[in-house]
Design a protein around this ligand. Structure first.
Ligand code: AFD
Ligand code: MN
Ligand code: MN
Length: 406
């Protein structure tokens, strides 16, 4: 009888000097927030393919999210999107979440679907529309108080479609002034996570178009403002892990919206098109967690990991489970990096040794490790199989079609 896969893996990593007990603790500690909107119908500007059984209200979205947490043990919180998840009584929604073993996470304002926002929201040249937009975000801050959330996760669709349409510098000034009022309204435990995106729905310029613009606004606002990196929001070829390292070092990396892109903001399952990029993002985070600077280490420890995807053709709950499994896999691989070997090679300017010390961790099969972790967590070693073998997917078909993601 040969040795088990895990015993072989354990021996392999012991020879490399990797502390597997600590690695397992870190995998168990990794929590990824799922988005309420990831469970409802969504699609592209061409078509929303309605699926049978999607949630009809925020309460049912939480019930679906609870399935992902049940089989993975890694998703205890759910981000809300307002007004898509507007309810009469947020205390009731919070208690429903808690009854499912969940908490309510980041509050996402919606500054892109009111007719008034056709020429922008927080940047609009019409001060009444800016007031409407600021008031909406202030309402989201109030909702965060009611749900016990500490994060306001703000994505701004504002921009223009043609040169000359509006004054770019004046829009920047309006934006800062709007954000300052929002920032002042937050409680001391709250953070404003400022997201950026290089284009879409604006097609000539986007007011928060890249990490530098978001970083600059966060810097001007203060310590409770940080940058949210949506992994799908970069132009082709962007070195996302470099942005992550830079923001970590400036203590301005607040969180992620994880998804995958092939061409634009495709919102595909995270890790599905470029798993190595996700691995390298975690490499930078783990490197920053070893930094000499306490603030940098704290930033790395305080990252809000969130999924932001829209499963247009995939069944929603399995797609979310796959996303979590992909995140865990790349995180587990990054934990196998021999950081002292990397440092030695860097100090010797040994290019191939340094590259090898990083890449070789990516090449390990971490399945035995993840199975061992799940056994110790008391969750199914194969979360996807556990969900598919349950009758939950069948039961929710009774909801019929037409559940609202918004
Ligand atoms: C869209 C935007 C952005 C935002 C999300 C939720 O591109 O990523 O975070 O909707 O509002 O995906
Ligand atoms: Mn996003
Ligand atoms: Mn997006």
């Amino acid at each position: 009888m040969g040795i088990s896969a895990y015993t072989f893996f354990e021996q392999q990593q012991a020879e490399r000097g990797i502390d597997l007990e600590q690695v397992k603790q870190q995998i168990k500690a990794l929590k990824v927030e799922t988005p309420s909107w990831g469970y409802g119908d969504s699609g592209t500007r061409f078509k929303v393919f309605q699926q049978n059984g999607v949630p009809r209200n925020p309460f049912e979205k939480l019930e679906d999210a609870a399935q992902v947490h049940r089989v993975t043990g890694a998703c205890p919180s759910v981000a809300l999107h307002i007004p898509w998840d507007k309810v009469e009584d947020y205390g009731q929604l919070r208690r429903h979440a808690e009854s499912l073993g969940l908490t309510l996470g980041a509050i996402n304002p919606n500054l892109f679907q009111e007719d008034a926002y056709i020429f922008g929201s927080l940047c609009n040249s019409n001060e009444n529309i800016r007031r409407q937009a600021v008031n909406h975000v202030l309402e989201c801050v109030d909702i965060a108080r009611a749900t016990g959330s500490s994060l306001i996760s703000l994505w701004l669709a504002d921009g223009t479609n043609y040169p000359g349409q509006d004054n770019i510098r004046e829009r920047k000034h309006r934006l800062l002034s709007s954000l300052q009022e929002i920032y002042q309204a937050m409680d001391s435990h709250m953070r404003l996570l400022i997201e950026y995106k290089f284009f879409e729905p604006a097609f000539y310029h986007t007011d928060l178009g890249d990490w530098g613009m978001a970083y600059n606004m966060a810097l001007k606002l203060g310590e409770q403002a940080q940058v949210l990196v949506d992994t799908g929001h970069h132009a082709q070829g962007t070195n996302v892990e470099q942005i992550v390292a830079y923001l970590l070092d400036e203590q301005k990396l607040g969180g992620f919206h994880f998804n995958s892109r092939k061409y634009a903001d495709d919102d595909l399952i995270v890790g599905s098109t470029n798993p190595y990029e996700l691995f390298l993002i975690f490499y930078q985070i783990l490197d920053a967690s070893r930094a000499g600077d306490t603030g940098v280490r704290q930033t790395a420890a305080n990252i809000a990991y969130m999924i932001d995807q829209s499963h247009c053709i995939e069944p929603k709950i399995p797609a979310m489970i796959r996303s979590i499994l992909n995140v865990q896999t790349q995180f587990a691989k990054a934990l196998l990096i021999d950081f002292s070997a990397v440092k030695r090679a860097q100090e010797q300017q040994d290019v191939l040794a340094a590259e090898n010390a990083v890449r070789e961790a990516f090449e390990f099969d971490v399945t035995p490790l993840l199975h061992a972790v799940r056994e110790e967590m008391g969750v199914p070693v194969d979360p996807m199989r556990a969900y598919l073998q349950s009758d939950y997917g069948q039961r929710i078909l009774a909801r019929g079609k037409g559940g609202a993601s918004w």
